[in-house]
Unconditional design. Structure first.
Lengths: 275, 274
C-alpha cells in the first residue's frame, strides 16, 4: 500500500518541480535562501566572538526582529513614501526634459554633434558634486534632492531616446510623409511608439542612477526618507534597524526595477513576431 | 548616423546642415560644443546677477571658476585630489573587475548558478551603494578602505551582468569546435571566452566607471580630508563657490577623459561590427 502510493507521489513531486512556473520561482528562492543562510551563519559567529559581540545585531535574526518594530512605528512606510515622492519627482522632471532633448539629439545632426561634448562633460560630473549649488539655489532641501536626482537621471534618458531614434527605419518617415502625416502625427504615431522600448530602457538606467543618488542626498540636511533612516540608525547604533533599512532599500529598488523590466518586455517590438 | 539625412533636412535649416558638415571636424565640433556650454554658463550668471540682490551668484560664474583653477592646482587640491581619488577609484574598480569577471563567466556558463543567483544579484544591485556606508565604516578601520569597498560594491554588478550577457551571446559551436580540436580548459578561457567577451566586459567596465564616479564623491564627503569629494564639501563649508564650480569642471573633465578611454577600448575590441 505504502509503496503503491509513494510512486505516484514521487512523480507528482517531480512534476511539481518541473512545472516551469514553480521552478522559475524556486530557483531564486533557493538562491535567496543560500544568501540568508550565509548571513545567519555570519551573524552567529559575530555574536559568539567576544571581540565582535557588540555588533551581533548585524545578524539575520536581529534584523528580522527589527522589521515588525519598524513597520509598527511606521518608519519604513513614511521613509518609503517620502523617498518615492523625491525619486518620482526627480525622474519625472528628467523624463520631461530628457525626452524632447533626446529626440532632438536623434533627429538634428548639428544639435547632436555640437551637444555631444557638453552633454558628456555634464554627464560625467558626479551628481552629488552639484549638491552645494543645489542647496544654494533651492531654499528647500526637498527641491535640492529632486534637482540632484533629475540631474543624475536625465542623461540615460537623453542618450537612450537618441539611440532608439537612430535605429528607426528612415523609410517609415518617408511612408508616413507620403501618406500625409503632419509633424505632430509623426511624433505621436511614429517616433513615440517606435522608441517607447528604448525610452523605457533609458528610464530603467535612470532609475538605477537615481536610486544610487537618492540615499547619499538624504544623508544631508533632511530628517525623512530612506537615506535619513540609515543615517539615523547609524547614529543611534541600532544596527539591526540599519540592516533592516538596507534590505528595505534593496526590496523597493528591486520591485521598481522589475516593474520596468516587465514594461520593457511589453513594449519590445524588436523581438516580436513580425521582425 | 547618416541613415537619416532626410530628417535632418526636414527638421533643421539646410544651410546650417551643410555648414555643419563641411566645416566642422571632430575637434572643432568638440571645441564649439564646449564653447556653447561656457557661453550659456556665462550668460545665465550674467542674467541672474543683473539684479543686484543676486550678486552672490557672481561666485558661480565662469570667470570665477576659471580663475580658481590655477589656485586650486598650485595649492595642491586638484593634483592631490586626482591622486587620492584616482587611487580609490582605481582600487575599487580593480577589485570589482577581479571579482566581477570570474563571477560573470560562471554566471554565463553555469546554468544552475544563474538560476540561483540572478535574482539575489539583481537585488544587491538595487541596494543603493551608499547605504552600505555605515557598515563599511564599522568593518574597515580606514576610511580609504571603506571608500574602496563602496566603489567596488557599486561597480561589481554591471561587470558581472555584462560579462554574463556577453558570454551568453557566444556561439556554442565555438566551444564544440575548440573541444574537438583538443583545447584544454585554460585554452578555452584564454583563447575563446576572454577574446569573445572582451567587448562586453569593457562595456561593463564603462558602466561600472559611471556608477563608481557617482559613488566616489558622496563617499568622500565623510571622514576623509582628501580627494574630489572632500574638495566639494570643503568649498561648500568655506562658502568658496568659485572653488566649487572649478571642482565641478575638474570632476566633469576627468570623468570625461576616463569615459573616453573606455570608449576607445570598446571600439578596439568591437569584433562584432568588424
Amino acid at each position: 500500500m505504502m509503496s503503491d502510493s509513494s510512486q505516484p507521489f514521487g512523480t507528482m513531486l517531480a512534476g511539481f518541480f518541473k512545472n516551469p512556473a514553480v521552478s522559475k520561482l524556486l530557483w531564486p528562492l533557493g538562491g535567496l535562501g543560500i544568501i540568508l543562510l550565509l548571513w545567519g551563519v555570519f551573524g552567529y559567529f559575530i555574536s559568539e566572538n567576544p571581540a565582535t559581540k557588540s555588533f551581533s545585531t548585524f545578524g539575520l535574526i536581529p534584523t528580522l526582529e527589527a522589521f515588525p518594530i519598524l513597520i509598527e512605528e511606521g518608519k519604513i512606510q513614511s521613509a518609503a513614501l517620502v523617498s518615492s515622492y523625491r525619486l518620482f519627482s526627480g525622474l519625472g522632471i528628467a523624463i520631461l526634459i530628457g525626452l524632447p532633448i533626446g529626440i532632438m539629439v536623434g533627429q538634428l545632426k548639428l544639435f547632436r554633434e555640437l551637444s555631444n561634448s557638453p552633454f558628456q562633460l555634464l554627464r560625467m560630473v558626479s551628481p552629488l558634486a552639484w549638491m552645494p549649488l543645489a542647496v544654494f539655489v533651492f531654499s528647500e532641501w526637498d527641491a535640492s534632492i529632486i534637482f540632484l536626482i533629475a540631474m543624475a537621471s536625465v542623461w540615460p534618458i537623453i542618450f537612450s531616446t537618441a539611440a532608439g531614434l537612430a535605429k528607426v527605419d528612415p523609410a517609415w518617415f518617408k511612408v508616413a510623409k507620403n501618406l500625409g502625416a503632419s509633424s505632430t502625427q509623426m511624433v505621436t504615431r511614429i517616433i513615440i511608439p517606435a522608441i517607447t522600448f528604448d525610452i523605457l530602457g533609458g528610464v530603467r538606467l535612470a532609475l538605477g542612477v537615481a536610486w544610487i543618488v537618492l540615499v547619499p542626498a538624504e544623508y544631508l540636511g533632511v530628517t525623512s526618507g530612506l537615506g535619513y533612516a540609515i543615517e539615523d540608525a547609524r547614529e543611534t547604533l541600532s544596527y539591526n534597524h540599519l540592516t533592516a533599512m538596507v534590505v528595505t532599500i534593496g526590496v523597493i529598488g528591486y520591485a521598481l526595477d522589475s516593474l520596468l523590466v516587465i514594461l520593457i518586455k511589453k513594449f519590445s517590438w524588436h523581438k516580436g513576431g513580425e521582425f | 548616423m547618416s541613415a537619416i539625412p532626410m530628417l535632418d533636412r526636414k527638421f533643421s535649416s539646410i544651410d546650417f546642415y551643410s555648414i555643419g558638415t563641411r566645416y566642422c571636424s571632430g575637434v572643432s565640433k568638440f571645441l564649439i560644443g564646449i564653447l556653447i556650454l561656457f557661453s550659456l554658463w556665462w550668460l545665465s550668471v550674467f542674467l541672474i546677477t543683473l539684479d543686484p540682490d543676486n550678486d552672490l551668484f557672481l561666485d558661480f560664474g565662469l570667470e570665477a571658476a576659471l580663475l580658481a583653477i590655477p589656485d586650486l592646482w598650485s595649492d595642491g587640491t586638484i593634483p592631490e585630489g586626482m591622486i587620492t581619488s584616482g587611487y580609490r577609484l582605481g582600487m575599487g574598480l580593480l577589485l570589482s573587475i577581479l571579482i566581477g569577471v570570474p563571477v560573470g563567466i560562471v554566471m554565463g556558463r553555469v546554468a544552475w548558478f544563474k538560476k540561483l543567483f540572478n535574482v539575489p544579484f539583481q537585488f544587491f544591485r538595487m541596494v543603493s551603494p551608499l547605504s552600505w556606508e555605515p557598515i563599511a565604516v564599522i568593518v574597515f578601520l580606514q576610511w580609504d578602505d571603506a571608500i574602496i569597498f563602496l566603489i567596488a560594491i557599486a561597480s561589481v554588478w554591471p561587470i558581472i551582468f555584462a560579462t554574463a550577457a556577453g558570454l551568453e551571446k557566444v556561439d556554442p559551436n565555438w566551444f564544440k569546435v575548440a573541444r574537438n580540436l583538443g583545447a584544454s580548459k585554460l585554452h578555452m578561457l584564454t583563447r575563446i571566452i576572454l577574446p569573445a567577451i572582451a567587448f562586453d566586459v569593457i562595456t561593463g567596465i564603462r558602466l561600472a566607471l559611471g556608477v563608481a564616479w557617482i559613488v566616489l564623491i558622496p563617499a568622500e564627503f565623510l571622514g576623509v580630508t582628501s580627494g574630489f569629494g572632500f574638495a566639494i564639501q570643503d568649498a561648500r563649508e568655506s562658502m568658496l563657490y568659485e572653488n566649487l564650480m572649478a571642482m565641478i569642471l575638474v570632476i566633469g573633465s576627468v570623468g570625461y577623459v576616463l569615459d573616453g578611454i573606455c570608449v576607445i577600448f570598446i571600439k578596439k575590441f568591437a569584433w562584432k561590427k568588424a
